[in-house]
Design a protein around this ligand. Structure first.
Ligand SMILES: Nc1nc2c(ncn2[C@@H]2O[C@H](COP(=O)(O)OP(=O)(O)OP(=O)(O)O)[C@@H](O)[C@H]2O)c(=O)[nH]1
Ligand SMILES: [Mg+2]
Length: 450
């Protein structure tokens, strides 16, 4: 199946290739109260990542009842004035806008208007490299577009049915909708084929049966840098939102010479568009197939707990909450000793107050940049991996020699003694392989190191 290039690409690039000047608009209301400042600062980061220069911001401090514009008439006038003064190319709203709101505001301020969701989708489109990533992003964009079409108003729509609602007389709206729906179904089919392929390679990976750790966290937390440092790899890492879109797997050699796999995942952000979560679901579900999660948190950030909540909510939504979790607080090199102590104390006391995991779980404080704390993290990963293993003594008849190959493949052979009529093997195997080797087991016990 051939799939056309994404028609959304570079959608907010100026024709002369210059950076666009963007004015930000935030609405301060009760629900977004606590994270408002952080969320607006993040919007500015996102705008820059999309190739725009932020020339100012307008904040609506009081909720407005007029849903046609989201902000009050006075604010609309202020936005229009600022657009003229700063020669803005576009206005970016921090809140989601409906199709009709976008059109109303565009008309009133005479400038291109987009919302946070559109902006994030645009950044994803710029970053997508793999075939799958490109299809996923375009699927999310087309769904966004479909949901914004309805704002065009009833007068343009003939969806009510009846004579004249099909064929040459159909409205612009309806034909756009049909065009988008057709495209969506092509994209879905393309993605299904890729998921099938992935199932095959997962089966192969399961054959190798290495423990899998999904590295999950807020965007820019340092997930890829951490993997690079631990695995001596060269995944793309950069100081920008959504540097990673496609999941990659790297092998970590532990001090006891066993290997585990670390899976890098797409970074998360507050108000991650639901269209993206849907489109990336099959990729995100890789997390649920891991044996454990390494949750990476940038501890130099002020809004640390709200970022943690965003990540935890997605892990819950995916149904991966019961997986064992390592909390890895990264970037400690950016804090002074006393700032670090303050953060550690506040997390522990907060944990004790609301009974959260932090009061019970050992937390890892590391720097993927300098390597500080990584030895201890590796030790803990190793202990966890050993925990998943059984120490066994096997007696294998010579006619069952092929079993030796199985043990090499599924576990770690510690010693082999060739006796006169059987082979005596001491090994570490995964619990899940116990049944397979059971006929030969003389002794099995949980590992000492646990
Ligand atoms: N000072 C410092 N910077 C770090 C550390 N770890 C990562 N960084 C920097 O943080 C930025 C983001 O790192 P990435 O590894 O790309 O972050 P990520 O979590 O993979 O981000 P996404 O893929 O966008 O979700 C890069 O500029 C890194 O160099 C750290 O321990 N200390
Ligand atoms: Mg990354």
């Amino acid at each position: 199946m051939t799939i056309r290039q994404n028609e959304f690409e570079n959608v907010n690039m100026r024709e002369d290739n210059k950076l666009e000047k963007a004015l930000l608009v935030g609405v301060f209301n009760d629900q977004s109260d606590s994270g408002f400042e952080a969320s607006l600062a993040e919007l500015s980061e996102l705008a820059r990542a999309a190739g725009a220069i932020v020339i100012g911001q307008v904040i609506q401090r009081h909720p407005v009842s007029d849903p046609a514009f989201l902000v009050g008439k006075g604010k609309i006038a202020e936005i229009a004035e600022q657009c003229i003064t700063h020669e803005a190319d576009l206005v970016i709203f921090n809140d989601e806008l409906s199709g009709s709101q976008i059109r109303n505001i565009e008309k009133a301020v005479s400038c291109k208007v987009i919302d946070r969701t559109f902006l994030i989708l645009d950044i994803f489109a710029r970053r997508a490299r793999s075939h799958e990533g490109k299809l996923q992003v375009e699927l999310a964009q087309q769904q966004y577009r479909l949901s914004r079409l309805t704002g065009l108003g009833q007068s343009l729509s003939r969806l009510g049915g009846g004579i004249g609602t099909r064929g040459p007389g159909e409205s612009q709206l309806e034909s756009s909708r049909r065009h988008i729906n057709r495209r969506i179904s092509v994209l879905r089919k393309g993605l299904q084929a890729i998921v099938k392929q992935r199932e095959q390679s997962r089966k192969r990976r399961l054959d190798n049966e290495l423990l899998i750790f999904a590295v999950v966290g807020y965007t820019n937390a340092g997930k890829s840098t951490l993997i690079n440092r631990l695995c001596d790899s060269d995944l793309h890492a950069a100081d920008q939102p959504f540097a990673t879109l496609d999941p990659s797997v790297r092998r970590l050699l532990l001090p006891d010479k066993t290997d585990v796999l670390l899976v890098d995942t797409v970074g998360l952000i507050r108000h991650l568009p639901h269209q993206l979560i849907d489109a990336f679901r099959s990729t995100l579900e890789e997390i649920t197939r891991a044996d454990a999660i390494l949750e990476v948190i940038d501890c130099s950030q002020e809004d640390l707990t709200s970022r943690l909540t965003v990540v935890d909510e997605l892990i819950n939504e995916l149904g991966a909450a019961s997986l064992p979790r390592f909390y890895v607080f990264n970037k400690i090199d950016l804090l002074t000793k006393s700032q670090l102590r303050e953060k550690q104390d506040s997390l522990t006391s907060e944990g004790q107050r609301n009974g959260s995991i932090f009061s019970r779980q050992p937390l890892h404080w590391v720097s993927a940049e300098t390597g500080e704390g990584l030895d201890e993290l590796e030790q803990n990963i190793m202990m966890f991996a050993q925990n998943q293993m059984l120490s066994v003594k096997l007696s294998i008849p010579y006619r069952e020699m092929s079993t030796l190959h199985l043990i090499h493949r599924y576990g770690r052979v510690d010693s082999i003694n060739y006796q006169s009529d059987y082979i005596e093997v001491s090994a570490h195997i995964r619990y899940s392989h116990y049944q397979l080797l059971r006929p030969f087991v003389m002794l099995a016990e949980k590992c000492e190191e646990m």
